[in-house]
Design a protein around this ligand. Sequence first.
Ligand SMILES: C[S@@+](CC[C@H](N)C(=O)[O-])C[C@H]1O[C@@H](n2cnc3c(N)ncnc32)[C@H](O)[C@@H]1O
Length: 398
Amino acid sequence: MTDPVHRPEQAAVRGLLRAVDEALDGPVPREWKEAVAAVPRHRFLPDRIWLENNEGGYGPCDLPTDHQRWFEAAYADAPVITQVNDGQAPADPADAWPSASAPSIVVRMLRDLDVRPGMNVLEIGTGTGWNAALLAHRLGPRHVTSVEIDSDVSEQAWASLNATGLDVDLICGDGSLGWPHRSPYERIISTCSVRRVPWAWIEQTRPGGIILTPWDNPLLCWGLLKLTVERDRAQGRFSPHSAFMLMRNQRHDLRIFRDVVRDDHVPKESATTLPPWNITGDHWEARFALGLRLGDVWTAWEDEPDVDGVAARLWIATTDARSWAAVDHDGEQHDHFTVWQHGPRRLWDEIEAAHHWWEQHDRPTPDRFGLTVTENSQWAWLDRPTCPARALDHKESR
Ligand SMILES: C[S@@+](CC[C@H](N)C(=O)[O-])C[C@H]1O[C@@H](n2cnc3c(N)ncnc32)[C@H](O)[C@@H]1O
C-alpha cells in the first residue's frame, strides 16, 4: 500500500512527468522517468527560493511560511531561483538566474547525453545537486563527479545528496578547469553556459566521448551544443534549446556610459533601413546567427534618451569596449534610422552585412550551425565544418 505521507509527493512527480513529456519532442525515456520518481526534486531546494511576483519581478518564498507555493514550485516544470546576485549582498532579484533548471531541460539534456550505466561522467555546475543525483541514480555510485564554483551552493548540494544517500564526488572549484583527477570521462555535461568551450574539457574526455553544454553569446544566451571529442578537436552541432546562466569566469560586466562611450568620441553618421529591433527582442534565430558571426558584440536599448527627435536608441558595442554604434528611432519612421559609429570596427555595417548573410542563407536556425574546438581556437560553421560562419576568436583584424 502507498505510504500516505508520500502521496502528495508521488502525485506531484506524476504531474511533473506529464508536463516534461509534453515539453519534450518525444516521451521521457523510462530510465529517466524512474530517476525523476526516485530522486525527489523538492529535497534539493533550499528553504528560501525566489519566485516571480505580480509586479513582473521576483520575491522570496519560504518553505516554513509558504509551504504550498514552495512545494508547487518544486514540482512545476519551471526553473527555480535559489540564489540571487551570486549570493552577494545586496540580494538583488533583478540579478536572478535560475539555479535549479526547469525539469524538462534537465531531462532533455540527460537524454541527449546518451549515458549508459558504468560511464564516468563529469558535471560542471552542481547547483542544487538534483541533476547530479539523477545521473548518480542511473549510473551508480562513484561514476559522477560534479564541480561547483560557489562554496555555499556546493555545501547545500552536499547536504542534499548526503540526505538522499547518492554517491557523487562533489568538488568546489572552477569548472572551466574540469577535474583531471577522475578523468578520462565518457561524458561531460555543463549546466552553466559557455562562450568558449574550455580545452580542459576536451583533454579530459575520451575520444568518441560527448560534451554537452548550453551556449551563450553576448547577443543572446540560447542554444545547446553537443560536441563529439576527436583526437585533436571536438566538433558538433547546436540545437535550439535552453538558456542557462553564464559560467562565472566568462562574464563581462559592461555598461555603455561607464565603459564604452566617452565625451570626446566623434562618431561617424550614416543611415540604415534595417530596423534595429530586427536584431533584438524576439528575433532569436537572427540574433543567434549574428552572435556566431560577430562573436563579441552586445546591445542595450535606451528608451527616450535625452536627444531631440529620438524616441529610442539601440546601443551596440564590442566586449573589448573599443568600438560602438548607436541606431536611433524617431518613434515614427520604420524604414529610416540614423546610425552613429565609432572605433576601429564599424559595428552597424557589420551587423547589416551579417543580417544580409543570414537572409541569403535562408535564415538558418540554430540546428544548421555547429562549432569546432581545437586547442588554440574555436569557430562556428554553417551546415558543415568546412563552411565557417566566422572565426569566433578573431582579434581586431580590420
Ligand atoms: C543552472 S545552475 C546548475 C543547476 C544544477 N545542475 C542543478 O541540478 O540544480 C548553474 C550553476 O553553475 C555554477 N557555476 C557558474 N560558474 C561556474 C564555474 N566556473 N565552475 C563551476 N560552477 C559554476 C553556478 O554557481 C550555478 O550553481
